[in-house]
Design a protein around this ligand. Structure first.
Ligand SMILES: Cc1ncc(COP(=O)(O)O)c(C=O)c1O
Length: 285
């Protein structure tokens, strides 16, 4: 597999990451996942915008401009040549010795960038049938808006849900539903769409931006305010969104059907609109 390693494209066997890399030692870094459809880096601008915001939040000075980085990613995507897949990239605060918690001096220590592209098919069957969620207490930190490579909180939640026989964790903090282990969460009640507002308790999803836009176009009322797990159980429909999962129906939670226990009308409408929007963007490329 080819890896983009800082400004070079190399075989994965050539990558050398120091054991004192702050990403390896502290999880001190951020990442992004961009879907590639027919060679198009979908919603690239929005992903880069979030990457830049997250870098600011962890005081990481990115060693390139957005334009330079975008060119580097496009060149890498052309070299790899995967038409439908997902691009993963991360950057860490680099290697500083000795191991100290203090952020290194940006003039002395270069951040370490790595990226790879792997084939990814759309999860068609799950998109049609939906998945089963299970409530899990949201025990993550209070910077969920940072797309941090430290994902242990999310990993523990997902695995707790899986141990209980569910496909994903529906996270609940103080009785309020926040998101899932790797997606934003939405419910529909009497035709109105609800989702948790952006802030420090959730990741501001790029797919969420698109769904917001599509809801407006389709004339679906959207309310971004906190709701409880009891309200969610009583909802007519539920779905989650992410670049990888797209608009994914959640048909039951803790074994209880949401609505009829099948993907709902509004969910299906948004799923279709989401795919149409991708096709439109691909055409314009
Ligand atoms: C915790 C969490 N929330 C939401 C999302 C959805 O983000 P996006 O739509 O940008 O993929 C992700 C994606 O990885 C995530 O990890």
């Amino acid at each position: 597999m080819k890896i983009l390693w800082n400004d070079k494209i190399v075989d994965e066997s050539e990558v050398r990451i120091d054991t004192e890399d702050r990403g390896y030692q502290f999880g001190d870094g951020i990442y992004e996942v961009i879907r590639i459809y027919e060679g198009l880096l979908y919603m690239e601008e929005e992903h880069l915008e979030r990457f830049w915001h997250c870098a600011d939040k962890i005081r990481l000075t990115l060693p390139f401009t957005k334009e330079e980085f975008s060119q580097r990613l496009h060149h890498f995507a052309e070299e790899v040549g995967i038409e439908n897949g997902r691009l993963y990239f991360q950057i860490t605060h680099g290697t500083a010795k000795p191991r100290l918690h203090d952020f290194p001096d940006a003039k002395e220590v270069m951040p370490v960038l790595t990226a790879d592209i792997q084939t990814a098919n759309r999860p068609v069957e799950k998109l049609e049938k939906g998945i089963r969620g299970g409530f899990v207490t949201d025990k993550r930190w209070l910077h969920c808006d940072i797309k941090s490579i430290s994902l242990l909180g999310n990993i523990l939640a997902l695995n707790e849900a899986k141990e209980n026989g569910y496909d994903d964790a529906v996270l609940v903090r103080d009785g309020i539903v926040t998101e899932t282990s790797a997606s934003n969460l939405w419910m529909v009640k009497e035709g109105i769409l609800y989702t948790h507002p952006d802030g420090e308790l959730i990741l501001p999803g790029i797919t969420k931006i698109k769904v917001r836009e599509l809801a407006t176009t389709l004339g679906i009322q959207l309310i971004e305010e906190p709701f409880t797990k009891e309200q969610l159980i009583e909802a007519d429909e539920c779905f989650k969104t992410s670049s990888v999962a797209e608009v994914m129906p959640i048909v039951s939670i803790d074994g209880k059907n949401i609505g009829k226990g099948t993907p709902g009308t509004v969910t299906k409408q948004l799923q279709k609109a989401y795919i149409d929007a991708i096709e439109e963007s691909v055409k314009k490329m």
